[in-house]
Design a protein around this ligand. Structure first.
Ligand code: SMG
Ligand code: MG
Length: 373
């Protein structure tokens, strides 16, 4: 709606979604997602927003109970107070609230979905996607043994994934990477440390250079942008930032410092799909390629991410895997990979719908918060 709509009520749900297998990273293992799902009801129609905060504040400071609290008590009252709200203004209205990008992203997504569904426009069109299908990579957690990891890698490659990302940490880095590279000499391969190293590990991380990796993602803690620039001077492997990139401005700064040659774009981490598009634009202008990250999203978040990954500077395969890599039963009809690609939804809004009985089965709590005008 050009003129905007009034936000009348938001249904806040919590869903329990077990993963097909636990996903282990340097900060811990996730066996099921505790999803905060928002349904925004506006005078123009309704839309869905998924919050990607994990149950515990391990990937970043946000966690799902905290996100729900912020949504209820700090974000919704500000949005309910606006007689004519557009998705484009949500971030501005919420600016007085410091931080909480994942909570903000979820409500902006719901308002944007409502607005676009009412207008008959898809996320892909609205964001500026230029392709109708996107290349899929797969992110593979830390395993107990190298043979166990190789079996998992083989399985995903047989399914058609076009790129493999291995989670690494001190003690699980050179050996698994060498083994996967030896068995699959040509597979596009990258690693993600989730901030598990320090600059003192530069010499050790340089031993990854011979394996011809596409990139190393977030080797150092989030706030060590300058140290990433220093590390990059010691490595042939390109450095990619994830956790450190909290906004388009942060992306511009990191690039200017020489801290990253590639950027992982996650809407939740930067406060929403609209800021994610700005991160894309800043990187594109600087000739820095980007790819779409993942937070184990349901079909709703996946739909938005796949649309985003359709933008022109998303030139590397994303962590946008098929639904069955995560969930035996997804919230929407599953995203199914064809020849290593997922189709970009082209229906109004997110272009996918929740399956009502799935929603019922997966919901553990539902509350409705209404505007009191
Ligand atoms: O959605 O396929 C996915 C997960 C991709 O590795 C992934 N995400 O740091 O990039 C990352 C992690 C963060 C979430 S780990 C639970
Ligand atoms: Mg990452």
């Amino acid at each position: 709606m050009g003129t905007g709509a009034r936000l009348e009520c938001v249904r806040i749900r919590r869903l329990r979604m077990p993963l097909v297998a636990p996903f282990r990273t340097s900060f811990g293992a996730v066996a099921e997602r505790d999803v905060l799902l928002l349904e925004a009801v506006t005078t123009a129609g309704a839309g869905w927003g998924e919050c990607v905060a994990l149950a515990e504040p391990l990937y970043s400071a946000e966690y799902v109970d905290g996100a729900e609290h912020v949504v209820r008590h700090h974000l919704l009252p500000r949005l309910f107070a606006r007689p004519r709200l557009t998705a484009a203004r949500v971030a501005e209205v919420l600016r007085p609230v410091a931080g909480h990008p994942m909570a903000k992203a979820a409500i902006e997504m719901a308002v944007l979905d409502a607005e676009l569904r009412a207008r008959g426009e898809s996320f892909a069109e609205h964001l500026g996607a230029v392709r109708d299908a996107v290349d899929c990579g797969v992110s593979i957690g830390i395993h107990d043994t190298v043979p166990g990891l190789l079996d998992v890698v083989d399985g995903y490659l047989a399914e058609g994934y076009r790129r493999v990302k291995l989670k690494i940490e001190p003690g699980w880095d050179l050996a698994p990477v060498a083994a996967v590279r030896e068995r699959h000499p040509d597979v596009p391969l990258q690693v993600d440390a989730n901030a598990a190293y320090s600059l003192a590990d530069a010499g050790h991380l340089a031993k990854l250079d011979p394996f011809d990796l596409l990139l190393i993602e977030q080797p150092l803690p989030d706030d060590q942008v300058r140290a990433h620039a220093e590390l990059a001077r010691h490595l042939r492997t390109p450095v990619c930032l994830d956790e450190s990139i909290t906004s388009a401005r942060a992306a511009a700064d990191a690039i200017a410092l020489g801290a990253c040659a590639v950027v992982n774009v996650k809407p939740g981490r930067v406060g929403g799909y609209l800021e994610a598009r700005r991160v894309h634009d800043v990187c594109q202008a600087a000739n820095v390629p980007v790819w779409c990250g993942g937070m184990l999203e349901t079909g709703l978040g996946r739909a938005g991410n796949v649309a985003l990954a359709g933008l022109p500077n998303f030139v590397l395969p994303g962590d946008t895997s098929a639904s069955d890599r995560y969930y035996a039963r997804d919230l929407t009809e599953p995203f199914v990979m064809e020849k290593g690609r997922l189709a970009v939804p082209d229906g109004p809004g997110l272009g996918v719908d929740v399956v009502p009985e799935r929603l019922r089965e997966l919901t553990v709590r539902l509350d409705e918060v209404r505007a009191t005008h």
